[in-house]
Design a protein around this ligand. Structure first.
Ligand code: ADP
Ligand code: MG
Length: 288
C-alpha cells in the first residue's frame, strides 16, 4: 500500500492527498511496464508534448505518481468536440516520431495486432456455448463470420514497416481526460508500443463508431484527417473488435456483475450486428 492519505480508485490506483495537494498513485507488479511508462513520459516531455500529465518522483520504484486532475472528465465520444480533440491529440502523439526515434527504445515492442486478434477469435470460440445462451447460435456465428473475414483481409495487407511511431495502445475514453482547462490529457501508457499510426486511429474509430450509430461516412466527413487514412487501416474497421472484447470480458465477471453487464451487452451486440453489413459496404466503398 502506498503512503499518504489514500482513496482507492481501483485495485492498483489510488488518489493520494498530501500537504493539501492531490496525486494519482498507480502500483505496478513488476518493473518492466513502469520503466516503459516512465521512458515514454520522459521522451514526450523532452519533445514538449503537452497532452500528458507530469510525473512526480517517488521513493518506491513500483509506484507511478502524477498530479490528480481535479474535475477532469473522460472523453465522451458521443460529443463532436471530444471526438475532434481526442483525435487531434492522437495525431500529435503520432507526429512525435518526427522528433523521437521511438524504435530506438528497448522497452517499446511492436503492437501485436494480428496475434491479438487471432487470439481473440480462438478465445471467443472457447466461450461460444456460453455466449449462445445469451444471444443464440445465429448471432455468435455472425460475429465469427465478420471476425474471420475481416482478419483474413487484414492479414493480406497489414504492414508494420510504414508510418510507425509511438502508439498509446489503449485509446479508450477513460484514458483520455479533459482537464479543467479544457485540455485533453492522455493517461495510462501501460500498453504503449510502436506500430503504424493508422492502426491506432482505426482502434480509436472502433471505440467511437458505436457512439454514433456506426455511421462511418458521417465520421469521415466530420473528421477530414481520416480521409488520409491508408487502405489497410480502413480494413481494420471491419473486425468486430468491441464485440469480441466485451463478450470475453463478460465471462471474467462475477455472476452478479455478469448479469448486469449482459443486460447492456445484448442490445449493444444486436445494434452492432444490425449495422455491420452497411459498415462493411461503406468501408469497401471508401476504399475504392
Ligand atoms: N492523474 C489523474 N487525475 C485524475 N484521474 C486519474 C488520474 N490518473 C488516473 N485517474 C483515474 O483513474 C482511472 C484508472 O487509472 P489508469 O491509469 O487508467 O489505470 P488502469 O490501468 O487500471 O486503467 C482513470 O481512468 C481515471 O479515471
Ligand atoms: Mg486506464
Amino acid at each position: 500500500m502506498p503512503g499518504g492519505n489514500l482513496e482507492k480508485i481501483k485495485d492498483n490506483v489510488w488518489k493520494r492527498e498530501q500537504d493539501g495537494k492531490r496525486f494519482s498513485v498507480k502500483r505496478y507488479q513488476s518493473m518492466s511496464t513502469i520503466v516503459k511508462v516512465r521512458e515514454v513520459h520522459d521522451l514526450l516531455k523532452g519533445a514538449s508534448f503537452s497532452n500528458i500529465v507530469p510525473v512526480v518522483a517517488d521513493d518506491n520504484p513500483l509506484l507511478f505518481v502524477q498530479p490528480w486532475l481535479d474535475g477532469a472528465r473522460a472523453a465522451n465520444f458521443k460529443k463532436r468536440v471530444d471526438r475532434t480533440d481526442s483525435l487531434a491529440v492522437l495525431h500529435a502523439l503520432h507526429e512525435t516520431a518526427e522528433q523521437i526515434d521511438w524504435h530506438a527504445s528497448p522497452y517499446l515492442h511492436p503492437y501485436p495486432l494480428i496475434a491479438k486478434w487471432e487470439n481473440r477469435i480462438v478465445r471467443f470460440r472457447e466461450i461460444r456455448g456460453m455466449c449462445e445462451a445469451y444471444i443464440g447460435k445465429g448471432r455468435v456465428d455472425e460475429i465469427l463470420f465478420f471476425a474471420r473475414n475481416a482478419l483474413a483481409l487484414v492479414k493480406k495487407n497489414y504492414r508494420t514497416d510504414k508510418d510507425c511511431t509511438l502508439l498509446h495502445g489503449d485509446v479508450v475514453h477513460h484514458n483520455m481526460l479533459r482537464d479543467e482547462g479544457g485540455i485533453i490529457r492522455l493517461i495510462d501508457f501501460d500498453l504503449a508500443c510502436v506500430g503504424p499510426a493508422g492502426t491506432e486511429i482505426a482502434l480509436w474509430m472502433h471505440r467511437v463508431l458505436p457512439q454514433i450509430g456506426y455511421d462511418v461516412e458521417f465520421l469521415f466527413d466530420e473528421q477530414p484527417s481520416l480521409q488520409k487514412l491508408d487502405r489497410t487501416s480502413k480494413t481494420l474497421l471491419l473486425y468486430p473488435n468491441e464485440l469480441l472484447r466485451e463478450w470475453l470480458y463478460l465471462f471474467t465477471l462475477s455472476p452478479a456483475s455478469r448479469e448486469r453487464h449482459a443486460k447492456q451487452l445484448i442490445p449493444f451486440t444486436e445494434s452492432a450486428l444490425s449495422h455491420w453489413p452497411k459498415l462493411w459496404y461503406d468501408v469497401e466503398r471508401i476504399n475504392i
